[in-house]
Unconditional design. Structure first.
Length: 223
């Protein structure tokens, strides 16, 4: 049975197993950016949040990686009224995914063959699920957008499904208004990313040591 801990930044470091967890976190976040780049190059639709990001790219003249970083910190500002606390993984998420996406876009080009484009789209979605399981399983906290979702769930009492759907529909609508792309890949991502991540997560969760319960004897020893 796998379990995810809800720890603050210091507790995340003190939880141990850093030789396994830190590389897994960083690799997972880098692969997440690769997956986004693959979907963009596939040209058959991107993840819901990337519809918004690419709409901003169209009007700002910034590259996608820069927009990803800036928007991550904008979303983190929304954590303040929700009283969410960022972890080490939250900041790493904000800083690494953008450069990884840009690096992927620099070396992978839009193929002319429809079969290859479909392969990039499907491969990007599958890789995104694995990468998500990797960085979540490292137990260093949520990404900015996931934290916004969980914060709204906690403050409103509404279901995760309802809040996530509302957020993703909202960013897609705004992204479309800005001229962001949407396609079959957007729908496929929305329908499959949750089940796929859930399938991969047990293989990547790093179990943390369970603290010993405080008893009269351990209290005396600590004193």
């Amino acid at each position: 049975m796998t379990s995810l801990a809800d720890l603050g930044p210091l507790a995340q470091l003190r939880a141990g197993r850093l030789r396994r967890r830190l590389p897994q976190l960083l690799l997972g976040l880098w692969l997440y950016g690769v997956s986004l780049g693959l979907m963009v190059r596939g040209g058959d639709g991107v993840a819901p949040w990337d519809v918004l990001h690419l709409g901003i790219v169209k009007h700002s003249g910034l590259d996608l990686g820069t927009v990803l970083v800036v928007m991550s910190f904008v979303v983190l500002l929304l954590w303040i009224p929700l009283r969410e606390k960022p972890g080490i993984g939250t900041i790493a998420n904000s800083l690494l995914i953008g450069p990884s996406t840009d690096a992927t876009l620099a070396v992978v080009h839009h193929p002319a063959n429809q079969l290859l484009r479909a392969g990039l789209m499907i491969g990007g979605i599958a890789l995104c699920a694995v990468a998500t399981a990797m960085y979540i399983g490292a137990q260093f906290g949520r990404g900015p957008r996931d934290g916004l979702m969980t914060g709204l769930v906690r403050r409103t009492g509404l279901s995760i499904r309802l809040i996530r759907t509302a957020l993703e529909v909202s960013v897609v609508v705004v992204g479309l208004i800005l001229g962001g792309p949407i396609g079959i890949g957007t729908v496929l991502f929305a329908l499959t990313i949750g089940p796929l991540t859930q399938r991969f997560l047990p293989f990547w969760v790093v179990e943390l040591p369970v603290p010993e319960p405080v008893t009269e004897n351990t209290a005396r020893a600590a004193a």
